[in-house]
Design a protein around this ligand. Structure first.
Ligand SMILES: Cc1cc2nc3c(=O)[nH]c(=O)nc-3n(C[C@H](O)[C@H](O)[C@H](O)COP(=O)(O)O)c2cc1C
Length: 199
């Protein structure tokens, strides 16, 4: 059994994934719901929102990304873009979309006006906590995942396609799947430059 620290160490950005199932869909759904339920948020405002795209819905997302980029990326560079999206993201099993419900964040600012700006910052921090908690939990279950940011260029179409509330702001896209390769080497800066201890 892996410890939390093992999974923290083993979580990486994995760009080589396929669509072989790791958990059953119901188990994956349950896991995502459990993590999303228990992750913290400021004043317990619970502004984080998640969409799990499976099967054709997952491919639909990466098609939206591809077709959006096709209109923006110079033709001679598009081949590389397309290959990356197809092999590293669309080739996976599912995609998790992360949102914040801005109505919730705004209502907290209305309730506590002197903290209004803090709620905006805290909202992104809370979303990051959810992304990280899920990323690490998925690693412990055998998934490979990466974190992508094609927002805001895909936001309108995403909301329209899955009929999502206008108040949901898209923060990140996380393609997941069965890993087919190892992540690249990663450099670490000296830890004592990041962590200071006084006693
Ligand atoms: C807030 C945040 C945003 C990131 N955005 C992207 C992204 O848009 N595309 C991407 O491929 N990786 C993205 N990453 C992944 C980082 O590049 C990666 O975590 C970092 O290089 C360390 O590698 P590791 O994830 O394998 O430990 C992001 C990571 C974080 C924490």
């Amino acid at each position: 059994m892996k410890t939390i620290l093992d999974s923290i160490k083993d979580r990486r950005s994995i760009y080589t994934i396929n669509d072989n199932p790791v958990l059953k869909d119901e188990e994956l759904e349950k896991l995502i719901k459990e993590v999303t339920k228990h992750v913290p948020s400021p004043y317990n405002m619970q502004s984080q929102r998640v969409v799990l795209l499976l099967g054709e819905e997952h491919h639909k997302l990466w098609n939206i990304v591809l077709e959006t980029l096709r209109k923006m990326v110079p033709e001679e560079k598009f081949g590389t873009t397309e290959a990356k999206i197809k092999t590293a993201f669309d080739a996976g099993y599912a995609t998790i979309l992360y949102f914040e419900d801005e109505d919730v964040v705004k209502s907290m600012g209305d309730k506590f006006p002197s903290y209004r700006e803090n709620f905006n910052t805290w909202s992104t921090q809370a979303n990051g906590m959810l992304q990280y908690a899920l990323w690490t939990t998925l690693e412990s279950e055998g998934y490979g995942a990466s974190l992508q940011h094609y927002n805001p260029i895909i936001d309108d179409e995403v909301k329209e396609t899955w009929n999502l509330p206008k108040s949901w702001k898209l923060y990140a896209q996380m393609p997941i799947g069965k890993p087919t390769g190892e992540p690249g080497d990663k450099e670490f800066m000296p830890i004592d430059e990041k962590v200071k201890v006084f006693k």
